[in-house]
Design a protein around this ligand. Structure first.
Ligand code: ATP
Length: 269
């Protein structure tokens, strides 16, 4: 098959310790890690693992990160596609890529498949998308066909991420498909502190920096925003030729991020 149809196999070095503040989601996925690490144990007991798991949460809450952490902890290959990439494709290419990815994952099993932005192709059919035989629908049908083809004892787990579970086609949520849901919430104060702690690991902090206080002042920030905040603060310190990142750098970084978002909001209004 041509290269355009191929989804590259990846290995992940992400660990669960890189994921913070979403403790209940982390608890929910420990069984998946155990299954991928030791599928024989489940097979011997005649226990079938659910094939499809939906990761539901707002943008930047760590859905991709969690998927990578599962692959990293279980030390299995990771196949990643973003459903939005199929929208612009020629008819048939998306379905071929999906087929190729599932074939390869089966050969490499135990393995993890991650489909980002599932709602881009998984919207309820007939809900405004023209025709009915477009690329989106073909790709979606191929995913459903592949998942129905699993025998239960195949050690391939399919994770799919969405921030719009409400628009998903009900066919996706049937038993044997994405019949389990793991929810990732926006981080509250303690969670934001824990996420900041992950991202300052390699950052030399001045004694003026209180992560608990920064967490209190970043209401509405996602994990991705907090990562960005730490990086902006470090860049500010570099601009000022400091050896350590101080509280003022965090203040400036926070203002820049918050004001930047306000400016973006104005432009779109
Ligand atoms: P999207 O829906 O926009 O694709 P997502 O939920 O998949 O977002 P990620 O892409 O996983 O979010 O997050 C982007 C980055 O933000 C991560 O690589 C990580 O560095 C940081 N991040 C997000 N959530 C967390 C978290 N819970 N703990 C630590 N870091 C996080």
């Amino acid at each position: 098959r041509s290269k355009a149809h191929r989804v590259e196999k990846q290995f992940s070095r992400t660990r669960l310790s890189d994921v913070a503040g979403i403790e209940s989601a982390k608890r929910d996925i420990t069984e998946i890690i155990d299954f991928l690490t030791n599928p024989e144990k489940y097979r011997a007991l005649g226990a079938d693992m659910p094939t499809g798991i939906l990761l539901v949460g707002p943008p930047g809450t760590g859905k991709t990160l969690l998927a990578k952490a599962i692959a990293g902890e279980a030390d299995v290959p990771f196949f990643n596609i973003s459903a939005s990439e199929f929208i612009e494709m020629f008819v048939g290419v998306g379905a071929a890529r999906v087929r190729d990815m599932f074939d390869t994952a089966r050969k490499e099993a135990p393995a993890l498949i991650f489909i980002d932005e599932l709602d881009a192709i998984g919207r309820s059919r007939g809900a405004g998308f023209g025709g009915g035989h477009d690329e989106r629908e073909q790709t979606l049908n191929q995913i459903l066909t592949e998942m129905d083809g699993f025998e239960g004892h195949e050690s391939v787990v399919v994770l799919a991420a969405t921030n719009r579970p409400d628009v998903l086609d009900s066919a996706l949520l049937r038993p044997g498909r994405f019949d389990r849901k793991v929810t990732l919430d926006m981080p509250h104060k303690e969670a934001r502190k824990a996420i900041l702690e992950v991202h300052v690991r390699k950052v030399p902090l001045d004694s003026s920096v209180e992560l608990g206080e920064i967490a209190a002042r970043t209401i509405g920030f996602s994990g991705a925003d907090l990562k960005n905040l730490v990086n902006e603060a470090a860049l500010t310190a570099a601009r000022l030729n400091l050896k350590k990142v101080n509280n003022d750098c965090f203040e400036r970084a926070r203002d820049r991020i918050v004001l930047g978002e306000e400016r973006d909001a104005e432009l779109t209004h």
